[in-house]
Each structure stands twice: as C-alpha cells, then as structure tokens.
Design a protein around this ligand. Structure first.
Ligand SMILES: Cc1cc2nc3c(=O)[nH]c(=O)nc-3n(C[C@H](O)[C@H](O)[C@H](O)COP(=O)(O)OP(=O)(O)OC[C@H]3O[C@@H](n4cnc5c(N)ncnc54)[C@H](O)[C@@H]3O)c2cc1C
Length: 359
C-alpha cells in the first residue's frame, strides 16, 4: 500500500502536465498509467520514429499549447498545404484536382508530438511514475481515496487525499468499478461524454521523396471511395522524411473483421490511385487503430458519430469538492474539449483548485 497526497490517474498530456506542475510546486504526488508507455493518445508508430499516429495538429488560437512548447524549448512549424488538393468522388473515376489555397493554418511539433511527452517526462522523477498500473477500482473512505491497480497481474493498492482523473470520462467510469460513492448524476454525466477521436484509425506511409510536392500537390486529398477519407502531408519540417497520412473511413466495428494487412494494402492502393505509382512502394507504413485500444476507446465510443464532449461540471461542483475528485482529462475542458489544448486547459483548472485549497 502506497500513500500520497495527490494521486493522478492517466499519463497522457493532461496527467503529465499536472504532474510537472505539482513537481515544480514541491507537492507530493504519484501518477498511475495503465499502459507500459506514457502519452496516452499521443503515440508514435515505433520508439525510433517521429510519426504522429494520434494527434497531429494544434492551431494558432491555442495559446496554452504554444506557451507550454515555448517553455519546454520545443519548436513547431506550419502544416504543409502548398499545392493542389485531390478529390476522389466515386469508384472507378479518376481523382479531380483543385487549387488548395485558403486552408486554415495549423501547426505541427518538430520531432512529432512524442517530443512533448518526452520533454514532460524528463521533468518528472522516476519514483513518481507507475507505468503498467491499470486502475480497476476506486473507493472513497471517510477521509481518503483507496485505489486498486493491476500491475504484472497482481493487485497493488494506493491511498490519497486528492484524486486527479487525467483520463477520458468513460475511462474514469470504467476504472471506478462499483463505486457507491458517486451520485447517479455524476455517473450519467461521465457516461455521456465521448472520448474524442477514439473510434478513429490512422494510416501513415513514409517515402524516399515527396513526389506529390514535386507534382504541385499539397498531399491533401478527400475521398468518398476510401478506405481513407481524408489525407494530408505528414513530412517533417525539412521533408527529410517525406510522408502522407490519412484517416480511415471504414467504421470501427467493421474494421475488426478485416484481416491483418488488408487495410494497409488498400490504403497503399488508394495512395497510388491518387498520387501515382510512386506511392506503391513506401519505405515504411503503419496503421494505428485507436478503437482497438481499451484504455482509449469504450464500446459506446465505437457506436456513436464522432463528437466532442460537453461535460457539465456546474451541477456537480459541490459533490466533486466534497469528494476531493479533480477532473483533468481533455474531455473535461470547457473551451477546447477533446483537443490537446483541452488537456492543458482542464489540467490548469485542476491545479488552480488544488493550489487554492492548499492555500
Ligand atoms: C487519431 C487521433 C487524432 C487526433 N488528432 C488531434 C489533433 O490533431 N489535435 C488535437 O488537439 N487533438 C487531437 N486528438 C485528441 C488528443 O489526442 C487528445 O485531446 C489528448 O491527447 C488528450 O490527452 P489526455 O491526457 O486528456 O487523455 P489521454 O491521452 O487519453 O490520456 C489518458 C491516459 O489515461 C490512461 N488510462 C486510461 N484508463 C486508465 C486506467 N484505468 N488506469 C490507468 N490509466 C488509465 C491511458 O492509458 C492514457 O495514457 C486526436 C486523437 C486521436 C486518437
């Protein structure tokens, strides 16, 4: 049994940012992460790669992201959009080409978003982190939280004064187990919030040359044929590792019955239809299906149309304050729920409350 003042559940952006600020403030905390890696929805295809298999972009209005990256000494660049855009409207029809000017500016992190995870991780002592600790029960005692997590097939136990839920609402509900301490209103509000993008799958292909750019194409394509519905340039800033990525349009529940390798092959065939024969031979290709990740997606997430969460905390404020339950995951944000920016927003809100209570 380990005891701490602040117990953070979840080692994605929200959990890591919360941990960093507690560390800087000299407050005691532990972070439990169910996966053997940190980052949550921020992930790469392979430890040596910089390819973003989860989030790709942040946007100019998202000031928390930009401030944090600047603070950590990380740099970013504009998404490549110069050139024409392709549209694939029906099977058997050649894609049509249109000028792509006027697209909204979006930013990408140099080195990929895992650089942010690494930078945050670098500011945290190893002794505060418990990877591969999936929380399976959260109980509320008279004056403390009791949390059970599974590690190496064994139950481990933690107690804490404050519980910081840095995970999606539906994952929190799952981790709570039978939780008699939560009101129906709280449980219902958690259950209603979709984990943004959790039903998505993303395909990335790396090439020797950015042949689409040489042909005056932006790398952007939209398709009603599939399997990818939306494709973009995923090259690094200097295009030393040219790449394209796309979101798969095949629904999550249908993807499950597709044989291994078939979807990847269909994505490469689509890239060749759109961008020409040079797309047939990627140096490397990777597909990440987030719907198959139980610490991200729940079965309900897979059945719904993609939507942003709108967690209504106001009617629950008193209950949350009495419990000492702090909601830091991105889906709990008010302004940018579901986004990277939302993870920082919700985390900042939690830290403000925690520090105000401690004052
Ligand atoms: C394909 C895809 C594309 C996206 N594109 C963008 C984009 O371009 N721009 C953007 O702003 N956002 C995008 N997002 C959303 C972005 O990834 C999230 O907003 C952000 O990563 C959320 O961070 P978080 O820490 O709140 O949650 P998460 O990253 O989900 O972290 C939660 C953590 O909790 C852990 N966890 C869950 N259950 C338990 C448990 N029981 N016990 C212990 N640990 C547990 C998980 O393993 C995870 O590490 C995208 C997401 C996906 C999947």
């Amino acid at each position: 049994m380990e005891t701490t003042q602040q117990l953070i559940i979840g080692g994605g952006l929200a959990g890591l940012h919360t941990a960093l600020r507690l560390e800087e403030a000299g407050k005691p905390y532990l972070l439990l992460e169910g996966r053997p890696r940190l980052g949550g929805r921020i992930a790469t295809a392979d430890a040596d790669l910089t390819l973003d298999m989860g989030p790709t972009w942040f946007w100019p209005h998202q000031q928390r992201m930009q401030a944090l990256l600047a603070e950590l000494g990380l740099s970013w660049f504009e998404q490549y959009t110069r050139g024409d855009v392709l549209y694939e409207t029906a099977p058997g029809q050649a894609p049509t080409r249109h000028p792509g000017a006027g697209q909204a500016t979006s930013f990408r992190l140099t080195g990929g978003l895992t650089s942010l995870v690494q930078a945050l991780h670098g500011g945290l002592p190893r002794k505060a982190l418990r990877l591969d600790h999936e929380v399976t029960l959260i109980e509320r005692g008279d004056d403390q939280w009791r949390v059970r997590a599974i590690h190496d097939g064994q139950d481990t136990h933690f107690t804490a004064q404050h519980l910081i839920a840095a995970l999606p609402p539906r994952q929190l509900l799952k981790a709570m187990g039978r939780a008699s301490w939560a009101s129906d209103a709280l449980r219902n509000e958690l259950a209603a919030q979709q984990t943004w993008m959790s039903a998505q799958a993303k395909f990335v292909a790396v090439y020797e040359r950015a042949f689409w750019r040489e042909a005056g194409l932006a790398g952007d394509a939209f398709s009603r044929v599939g399997p990818m519905v939306e494709i973009h340039d995923a090259s690094d800033e200097s295009a030393s590792k040219p790449a394209l990525f796309g979101f798969i349009g095949v629904p999550a529940n249908t993807r499950r019955s597709i044989k291994a390798g078939e979807l990847e092959a269909a994505c490469i065939a689509q890239l060749a239809r759109l961008f020409g024969d040079q797309a047939r031979q990627p140096q490397l290709a990777a597909l990440t299906d987030w719907a198959a990740e139980p610490l991200t997606a729940t079965s309900r997430d897979l059945e719904e149309m993609s939507a942003h969460a709108h967690f209504s905390a106001d009617p629950l404020q008193q209950e949350l304050a009495q419990l000492g339950l702090y909601l830091a995951g991105s889906e709990f944000a008010v302004g940018e729920p579901g986004y990277l920016e939302g993870a920082l927003e919700a985390s900042a809100q939690v830290l403000e409350s925690l520090f105000a209570n401690a004052a």
